[in-house]
Design a protein around this ligand. Structure first.
Ligand code: NDP
Length: 321
């Protein structure tokens, strides 16, 4: 049995691990089978993480966080959690490979998952012209025409990045004003390869093997038009990843895990939550990192108040049951 298991490998998870490891709690961090490092692994330049005056590449930042967590003794497992049993003094975490780990505390930092448009052909065409990750797939669209759906910072960032490859990038937004920050808007408006299509929603994706076009509906007058293009990038935000804790942890009306005030304490003693999974508002790498710190400190205080015999069991038993 462990003192602490951290689920998630974004800024919240790694920062919680750095703090927990430096507090001699020998954390185990479950980092996901396919996506270790979280959403920043799919970003390019991160310009707003303090300490990097010239900016830093998202994957580089995450690898540095991982190395820092490991340096102090964090053990990292690349697998998905498939089941969580959180009630009671001893929490059980089951992985995709069948291993079951026990711990006295759990930090839940699973982040958020990209939103889908909900179109019939969206899944079918995923990887065949439909994508949620410009950094991963932009390369395949050299000299092509592509569209980016969304009006937030993600959409502006994706559109701007994609102009490195594509001849033309059409931003399709369902309103006539953007939600993105002024800086990101200005950068996109100033880019000659980016065009804006306002008040439009994507209603169809066309193509057999590869995307050949889309049908868009005007949100004001309902008229539908077809646009020929080679790729569709969807950047319409993300939802907190809470499916593992449904029925166990209380959620807010926004779908995030509910925590007690400014702490990371959930409704179950010994279970703490951090990062995007508790944050419907700010969702920044640096706020997630701060939130991971809070969770590690809360877990440390909780452990300090537990009976000595329980802590001794955590120190003496094998890691996997
Ligand atoms: P947001 O929630 O900010 O924006 C989502 C956008 O997608 C909105 O414009 C929304 O439209 C639109 N949208 C949502 N659902 C649909 C739908 N079904 N069909 C069509 N359009 C839809 O998400 P982001 O991912 O852009 O940003 C999330 C957070 O991450 C923000 O806090 C942002 O600041 C931050 N971020 C920061 C970056 C940076 O600083 N480098 C980079 C990327 C993100 P509507 O406006 O009508 O609601």
């Amino acid at each position: 049995m462990r003192q602490i298991i951290i689920i998630g490998s974004g800024p919240a998870g790694y920062t919680a691990a750095i703090y927990a490891a430096r507090a001699n709690l020998s954390p185990l961090l479950i980092a996901s089978a396919v996506e270790a490092g979280g959403e920043l692994m799919k970003t390019t330049e991160v310009e707003n993480y303090p300490g990097f005056a010239e900016g830093i590449q998202g994957p580089e930042l995450m690898m540095a966080m991982q190395a820092q967590a490991e340096r102090f003794g964090t053990e990292i497992v690349l697998d998905d959690v498939v089941k969580l049993e959180l009630e009671g003094e001893v929490k059980r975490v089951t992985l995709g490979n069948g291993d079951v780990h026990e711990a006295l505390t759990v930090v839940f930092a699973t982040g958020s998952a990209y939103r889908k448009l909900g179109l019939e052909d969206e899944e079918r065409m995923s990887g065949h012209g439909v994508s949620w990750c410009a950094t991963c797939d932009g390369f395949f669209f050299r000299q092509k025409t592509i569209a980016v759906v969304g009006g937030g910072d993600s959409a502006m960032e994706e559109a701007t990045f994609l102009t490195k490859f594509a001849d033309k990038v059409i931003v399709i937004h369902r309103k006539d004003t953007l939600r993105a920050s002024k800086t990101m808007q200005d950068r996109a408006f100033a880019n000659p390869k980016i065009e804006f299509l306002w008040n439009k929603e994507v209603a169809h994706i066309y193509g057999d093997e590869l995307v050949t076009g889309i049908g868009v509906v005007d949100t004001v007058d309902g008229t539908e038009t077809t646009i020929d293009l080679d790729g569709l990038f969807i950047a319409i935000g993300a939802d907190p990843r809470t499916h593992l804790v449904h029925g166990q942890l209380d959620l807010t009306s926004e779908g995030t895990v509910a925590v007690d005030g400014r702490s990371s304490r959930t409704n179950i003693p010994g279970v703490f939550a951090a990062g995007d999974v508790i944050d419907p508002t700010y969702r920044q790498a640096v706020t997630a990192a701060g939130s991971g710190t809070v969770a590690a400190l809360d877990a440390e205080h909780y452990l300090a108040a537990l009976p000595q015999e329980l802590l001794a069991r955590a120190a003496s038993q094998p890691a996997t049951v």
